[in-house]
Design a protein around this ligand. Structure first.
Ligand SMILES: Nc1ncnc2c1ncn2[C@@H]1O[C@H](COP(=O)(O)OP(=O)(O)OP(=O)(O)O)[C@@H](O)[C@H]1O
Length: 367
C-alpha cells in the first residue's frame, strides 16, 4: 500500500489570522481519515486546500507522489481527480438515479458506451442497480445516501472528500447512515478524508483520526490510540469522558496525586517532577468490594448514581479532591448515595498539565 495523499507542512493564513499551521499527514491507500476538532479549528480549511478551493499559504500537497500544490505549482480542483460530498449527500431530485451518475461522467467527457457500463457497475457496488430508473424522492434516506456515494465514486476518484455530510440529518437517520457508510467503506476501501466536529461519528468511521485545535494537529491515531493513550490534555478532554486528577510525576510510570501513588499505563516521556494529569476513563474506575484494598486505592463517598441499563454511572467525591470522580460500573453492584466506597483506578495515563483546569473535566461529556 502506497500513500495516496501527503500533506507537507501545510499552512493557511487569512490576513494576520492563522487558520491552519504546519499540517503534516500521510494518508494510505484505502484509509478513512477523519479531521476532528471544535468549531473554527481549521478542519474545513484543510479539506478545501486538499480539494484545491483554497490556496495554501505554505507547504506542499502530493497526490500519489505528484506535487499538486506548492509555491511553484498549483493544479486546479477539476484536475485533482477528487470527489467531494457535502452536507446531507444532496442528490438531484429532478434526475433519475442513473442520470444523477451520468451527469458527472459527462462532465469528464466519458464516451457513452463506457458510461453505461460505469453507471451499472457503480450502482451494483452499492447494491442499487435495480433502482437506476427511480427518482430520489422514491428512495429511502439510506438509499439516497448510497446514490450519492455511487455518484461520487463513479468517477473513480483518487480521494473522496466529505465535509460534515451527516450534519443535517436527525439523530436516528444519522446513526443509520454512519453505520452504512462504515460498511460501504469496509467493502469498497476507497480513500477518504471526512470532516466532523462530532467525536462519536469520528470514532465510528475512522481508520485514523486527526484531532485539531486552533489550526494545529494535536494527535493523529486510531480511535483506540486517542481514547487509551491521549497525547495531551486537549485530546484527553475532547475524546470521550475523562477523569483528570492533578498529579506530579515521581518516577518511571508513577504519578503522585493527593497522597496516593498511581502506576500509569503510559507517561509520555514526562520527566520526574513534571506537573501532570492522571487521566482515568470512567470505565477504568472500579469499586473494591471484596476486602482486597491496597495503599493505592482511594476513599470517597457516593454523590450520585444513574442507572443506564448496561452500566451504572456513579459520581464519587474522593477524600482530598475537588473534582468528583466518574465511574462506569456494573449495574449489578449495589451502591447508593452517601455510601463510603473504596475506588481503584485502572489504565491511568499521564499527560502534561499545562492548564490549571481542563474544560472537559469529569463532569463534562464532550461533543
Ligand atoms: N475565507 C475566510 N476568511 C477569513 N477567515 C476565515 C475564512 N475561512 C475560514 N476562516 C477562519 O479560519 C479558521 C478556521 O476555519 P474553518 O472553517 O477551517 O474551521 P472548522 O474547523 O471547519 O470550523 P467549523 O466546524 O465551524 O466549520 C476560523 O477562525 C475561521 O474564522
Amino acid at each position: 500500500m502506497g500513500s495516496v495523499l501527503e500533506l507537507r507542512g501545510l499552512g493557511k493564513k487569512f490576513g494576520d489570522a492563522t487558520a491552519v499551521e504546519d499540517f503534516r499527514l500521510e494518508i494510505e491507500d484505502g484509509e478513512f481519515i477523519v479531521l476532528l476538532g471544535p468549531s473554527g479549528c481549521g478542519k474545513t480549511t484543510t479539506l478545501r486546500m486538499i480539494a484545491g478551493f483554497e490556496h495554501p499559504s505554505s507547504g506542499e500537497i502530493l497526490l500519489k507522489d505528484k506535487v499538486i500544490s506548492s509555491s511553484r505549482r498549483v493544479v486546479p480542483p477539476e484536475r485533482r481527480n477528487m470527489a467531494m460530498m457535502f452536507q446531507s449527500y444532496a442528490v438531484w431530485p429532478h434526475m433519475t438515479v442513473a442520470k444523477n451518475l451520468s451527469y458527472g461522467l459527462k462532465l469528464r467527457k466519458m464516451p457513452k458506451r463506457t458510461m453505461q457500463t460505469r453507471i451499472e457497475e457503480s450502482l451494483a457496488r452499492v447494491k442499487l442497480d435495480h433502482l437506476a430508473d427511480r427518482y430520489p424522492g422514491e428512495l429511502s434516506g439510506g438509499q439516497q445516501q448510497r446514490v450519492a456515494l455511487a455518484r461520487a465514486l463513479s468517477v473513480d476518484p483518487t480521494l473522496l472528500l466529505m465535509d460534515e455530510p451527516l450534519s443535517n440529518l436527525d439523530a436516528k437517520l444519522r446513526e443509520e447512515m454512519r453505520q452504512q457508510l462504515h460498511e460501504l467503506h469496509a467493502a469498497l476501501r476507497f480513500s477518504a478524508v471526512y470532516v466532523t466536529h462530532d467525536q462519536s461519528e469520528a470514532m465510528a468511521l475512522a481508520d485514523r483520526i486527526v484531532v485539531m485545535d486552533q489550526g494545529v494537529i494535536q494527535q493523529v491515531g486510531t480511535p483506540a490510540d486517542l481514547y487509551l493513550r491521549p497525547a495531551n490534555e486537549f485530546v484527553a478532554g475532547f475524546i470521550g469522558r475523562a477523569n483528570m486528577l492533578p498529579a506530579t510525576v515521581v518516577g518511571d510510570g508513577v504519578l503522585e496525586t493527593g497522597s496516593k501513588r498511581i502506576q500509569c499505563a503510559s507517561v509520555s516521556d514526562l520527566p520526574t517532577g513534571s506537573d501532570a494529569w492522571a487521566v482515568v476513563r470512567p470505565i477504568g474506575v472500579s469499586i473494591v468490594d471484596d476486602g482486597s484494598t491496597s495503599d493505592a486505592d482511594f476513599e470517597g463517598v457516593v454523590e450520585d448514581v444513574v442507572f443506564l441499563g448496561e452500566s451504572k454511572e456513579v459520581r464519587i467525591r474522593l477524600n482530598g479532591f475537588e473534582t468528583p470522580l466518574l465511574a462506569d460500573i456494573s449495574p449489578y453492584v449495589g451502591v447508593q448515595n452517601g455510601d463510603s466506597v473504596i475506588c481503584r483506578l485502572n489504565g491511568a495515563v499521564a499527560v502534561e498539565r499545562v492548564s490549571e483546569t481542563v474544560e472537559a473535566s469529569s463532569e463534562l461529556v464532550s461533543a
